[in-house]
Write a protein that binds this ligand. Structure first.
Ligand code: NI
Length: 187
């Protein structure tokens, strides 16, 4: 296994549309996935998409840690999942705001509106179909990772750039999202 170099915002590979994987069970896919997992864990990421390691293929890897999920019934923790050629279906219109970070946008955090509920499908490297309906943080992680396959980074989804901040400053000066949004009358 090999640690891969992570592309940062500004590198054209992050703006492209990644290509479909013809054979999800091909050996090169398995090798790339192993390296993506090692790279993600080394960088302490929640997820990583192949374009972030300069490979423009429709492959994402993520996990949903227990400590991040909300009270919503469909917001379930998830062990390491590999999705090849994922498809995300947005369910309903409801959205939620939440903090996101990205290995390709190091040091920053931003508040991003995301659909609260999604259904996602994809293929595992073993060729099995994965099909899940999820909510909350789990849904957020999948939307973030799959956006990478269409050349979209989370700042492009943001609507309030006051909430794009350095993580170090956020830790020093926590932001109470509810209070801030109520001040605006934005709900
Ligand atoms: Ni990312």
């Amino acid at each position: 296994m090999t640690l891969l170099k992570i592309a940062r915002m500004g590198h054209p590979v992050l703006r492209g549309t990644a290509g479909l994987v013809d054979d999800p069970t091909a050996p090169w896919v398995r090798r790339l996935v192993e390296d993506m997992i090692e790279t993600m864990e080394d960088a302490r990421g929640t997820g990583i998409a192949a374009p972030q390691v300069h490979q423009s293929h429709r492959i994402v890897v993520f996990r949903v840690p227990d400590e991040r999920v909300t009270e919503m019934p469909g917001d379930v923790a998830q062990d390491l999942t590999v999705l090849i050629n994922p498809v995300v279906e947005l369910v309903g219109r409801e959205r939620a705001l939440g903090w996101e970070g990205c290995l390709s946008v190091p040091g920053l955090r931003g508040v991003v509106p995301r659909h609260l509920r999604i259904r996602y499908r994809g293929t595992s490297p073993e060729g099995e179909v994965i099909d899940r309906a999820v909510e909350g943080f789990h849904a957020r992680v999948v939307q973030h990772e799959c956006d990478h396959l269409d050349g979209i980074l989370y700042p492009q989804r943001m609507t309030d750039f006051r909430l794009l901040v350095f993580l170090e400053e956020l830790q020093r000066h926590p932001i109470d999202l509810t209070a801030l949004l109520n001040e605006d009358g934005a709900g």
